[in-house]
Design a protein around this ligand. Structure first.
Ligand SMILES: C[S@@+](CC[C@H](N)C(=O)[O-])C[C@H]1O[C@@H](n2cnc3c(N)ncnc32)[C@H](O)[C@@H]1O
Length: 236
């Protein structure tokens, strides 16, 4: 059962979002055959067409994905969203590790990449939309708040207004103590928009920690782990 809801034109006809709490995904996600999914080619072609939207010409490596998810809390019932899933480098690990009672959905703005995701992970809940719309998508997913957001968005390509809208929406949907795990590249820190993004983070998060550089990725990148103030409610 695949879910792809869309507010943008989709490469394939979108399917209706299904009201749900727990994902029906199997513990080991079903993957499409290589003939169907062409993540590398699609990613590169989409980068040529929309460099600012993708921010990188290759998907993240398995090593980088491991660094992204290694501190993610996969407790039973965890509610997790992923922004900018691309062809699913982080998605794959989240699907493999999350508890069957968890809720997980992805938001990907690029319809061609969303289609690759759908081919790779037929059971995944995919919303073809901008991550700014996360409040509305949480409602569609019947989730009041999220425990974590995993995010591969190219922050250093975004104008300040979009950075602020995305951070505001993320801070609204995360529960007290909830986590935003995102990433960047040293080149991004040289750009004014990249530097501005890191200066904005303390407005929204109480704790911000950056990993060292992960060299087994092209380009080498780092992971940024941010936590909202507060502790989780007693049920968590
Ligand atoms: C650097 S790529 C990361 C892809 C993937 N997470 C990875 O690490 O390989 C950035 C992704 O963010 C998506 N994206 C850009 N702006 C977005 C937005 N406003 N909302 C949702 N996705 C967006 C792009 O289409 C692209 O898939």
């Amino acid at each position: 059962m695949t879910t792809a809801s869309s507010t943008a034109p989709a490469a394939a006809p979108p399917r209706a979002a299904q009201p749900r709490h727990a994902n029906p995904q199997p513990a080991s996600p079903k993957q499409a055959s290589p003939q169907q999914a062409r993540p590398l080619t699609t990613f590169f072609l989409q980068f040529l067409a929309n460099p600012g939207m993708l921010g990188s010409f290759t998907p993240s490596s398995a090593h980088f994905a491991e660094e992204m998810v290694k501190t993610l809390d996969f407790h039973p019932g965890a509610r997790i969203a992923e922004y900018g899933a691309g062809t699913g480098a982080f998605t794959k690990l989240i699907l493999e590790r999350m508890h069957t009672s968890s809720t997980f959905f992805t938001i990907e703005r690029n319809p061609a990449l969303a289609e690759q995701l759908r081919l790779r992970f037929p059971n995944l809940h995919i919303h073809i939309a901008s991550a700014e719309e996360v409040d509305r998508l949480c409602q569609l997913e019947s989730v009041e708040q999220l425990d974590a957001v995993v995010c591969g968005l190219p922050w250093a390509s975004f104008p300040e207004s979009l950075q602020i809208k995305l951070l505001e929406a993320t801070a609204r949907v995360l529960r007290p103590g909830g986590q935003l795990i995102t990433c960047g590249y040293p080149l991004g820190l040289m750009l004014p928009a990249g530097r501005r993004f890191y200066k904005l983070l303390p407005r929204f998060f109480a704790s911000i920690q950056s990993s060292g550089l992960v060299f087994r990725n092209w380009p080498p990148g780092f992971v940024v782990r941010c936590r909202k103030p507060g502790t989780p409610p007693p049920s968590h």
